[in-house]
Design a protein around this ligand. Structure first.
Ligand code: F0G
Length: 457
């Protein structure tokens, strides 16, 4: 008999989880103003809010922590991380930052000015926030098929090269760089093919523009290239990663995802001039250039995490768990962004809650229902996250209203995943009876989803 697939690690430290009653959850979510970010973690049974900084570090990472060098300048931990970045990603210059958005803040301070246009494949919200904060425009050039949740494409995170070339010709002077996000989080954790990356590079060279990768889930992207793209079957993840980054001028990284650490980020580049300019902002916003908001311990754990996170066996365990949730949902007929993504399943809330008007925040409503059902916390990727248009101040209603269930790395077992699927099925079975959602009673001027307060309609 063929042996079933199983995890490529075993567990040596555990953390208790608390169950709750529906009555408790009703009280807590009301107190949280129906914003899932406002819940206390002990009010949550299975936390799929994000896969960012929520992973379980390995024994190797914890032991690297103990060897952390906390010197203010020139710490050995900095040099360990520098060496890992050079070996795995190929960049000579790097600046540590406290997380991904800080890397965006520092690098964009150098590269973006008012009225600029930054074409990309679905800019992540902090990325878009940092672009719009500088009165520039994030121009979405993702392939149109990404908006059809039921269409199965191996690389649904791709940039549309026709849209990109149109942007490069029409707005040539205003474009400081092209941004490629791997994997494409907003489109459902969907990967970008090497063919597409090569195409972006070729177009960027034709129009003499640099290319920057938003790299939060670059290793998961490489896994999909290996398993889905012809010609890469026999390449290692590290070889694929090396090729991906050979096409980039620079990268920003939230290390809290694919490098499996709880905090951290960095900028890496091959241009000394960018590094020199960014160093000034790094010192101003983050810290001295050899720690940039990270402790020596964190930098050491990150150096190890970059290595572990680009190992095939780990990635296979990870991606197969996400796929398992997708398979269970298939069995229940629950619609989600197909195929299953790298880090999360994105439920198509528009197709589930057909009786709730879009002005009442469909995906948020579904997220609250799932929390009430079983204490499972996901996150809205819909109209609340899309924010208001910076010019008209009108609500933006994106094509997709998704409830993201992001799976932390190396944390939950497949039994937890089965509970998530069953809870969703229960909500799905009573979907017709859910006819109203929520209205906003308080919101911040930018990135409102974190702090928004809602009331029942
Ligand atoms: N880019 C992408 C593609 C991301 O998904 C994130 C964060 C960032 C940049 C910013 O990084 O959080 O370290 O400052 N995504 C998290 C998420 C928050 O839940 O998807 P950060």
């Amino acid at each position: 008999m063929e042996l079933p697939f199983s995890e490529s690690y075993r567990i040596k430290m555990v953390e208790p989880l608390r169950r709750s009653t529906r009555a408790e959850r009703e009280k807590w979510i009301k107190e949280a103003h129906y914003n899932l970010f406002n819940l206390r973690s002990e009010q949550v049974f299975i936390d799929l809010l994000t896969d960012s900084g929520t992973g379980a570090m390995s024994d190797r990472q914890w032991s690297a922590m103990m060897l952390g060098d906390e010197s203010y300048a020139g710490a050995s931990s900095y040099y360990n991380l520098k060496a890992a970045i050079k070996t795995i990603l190929g960049f000579d210059y790097f600046l540590p930052t406290h997380q991904g958005r800080a890397a965006e803040n520092v690098l964009f301070s150098v590269l973006i000015k008012e009225d600029d246009i930054i074409p990309g494949n679905s800019h992540f919200d902090t990325t878009k926030g940092h672009i719009e904060y500088r009165k520039a425009v994030a121009l979405d050039c993702t392939i149109s098929e990404a908006a059809n949740t039921q269409m199965e494409l191996p690389f649904k995170g791709n940039m549309c090269l026709t849209k990109l070339e149109k942007a490069l010709t029409e707005h040539h002077e205003k474009i400081p760089f092209v941004l490629v996000t791997v994997t494409n989080n907003t489109a459902g954790g969907q990967p970008v093919s090497m063919e597409c990356i090569r195409g972006v590079r070729a177009l960027a060279e034709k129009y003499k523009k640099p290319v920057i990768f938003d790299s939060a889930r670059f290793a998961e992207n490489a896994y999909f290239i290996k398993t889905r793209e012809k010609g890469f079957e026999n390449k290692s993840i590290k070889e694929i990663v090396a090729e991906m980054y050979s096409y980039a001028d620079a990268m920003t990284m939230s290390s809290k995802k694919d490098a499996i650490v709880n905090i951290g980020g960095f900028i890496a580049t091959r241009h000394k001039e960018w590094f020199d300019k960014a160093s000034v902002y790094n010192i101003m916003f983050e810290g001295f250039v050899t720690y940039g908001g990270m402790s020596g311990r964190d930098m050491n754990a990150l150096a190890v995490g970059l290595d572990e996170g680009t190992e095939f066996d780990y990635l296979e365990t990870r991606i197969k768990q996400v796929a398992y949730l997708g398979e269970l949902l298939d069995g229940y007929g629950i619609p989600y962004q197909r195929p299953a993504g790298g880090h999360a399943i994105f439920i198509d809330a528009k197709k589930v809650l057909t009786n709730v008007p879009r002005e009442e925040f469909l995906a948020q409503t579904l997220g609250i229902e799932l929390y009430l059902e079983a204490g499972i916390r996901g996150v809205e990727i819909g109209a609340i996250l899309a924010d208001r248009d910076p010019v008209t101040r009108k609500n933006r209603y994106p094509e997709l209203e998704l409830l993201r269930l992001a799976i932390p790395r190396r944390c939950y077992t497949d039994n937890h995943i089965a509970v998530v699927a069953a809870a969703l099925k229960n909500v799905f079975d009573r979907r017709e009876s859910i006819t109203s959602g929520y209205k906003i009673v308080h919101e911040a001027p930018i990135m409102r989803h974190f702090t928004v307060e809602l009331a029942k309609v």
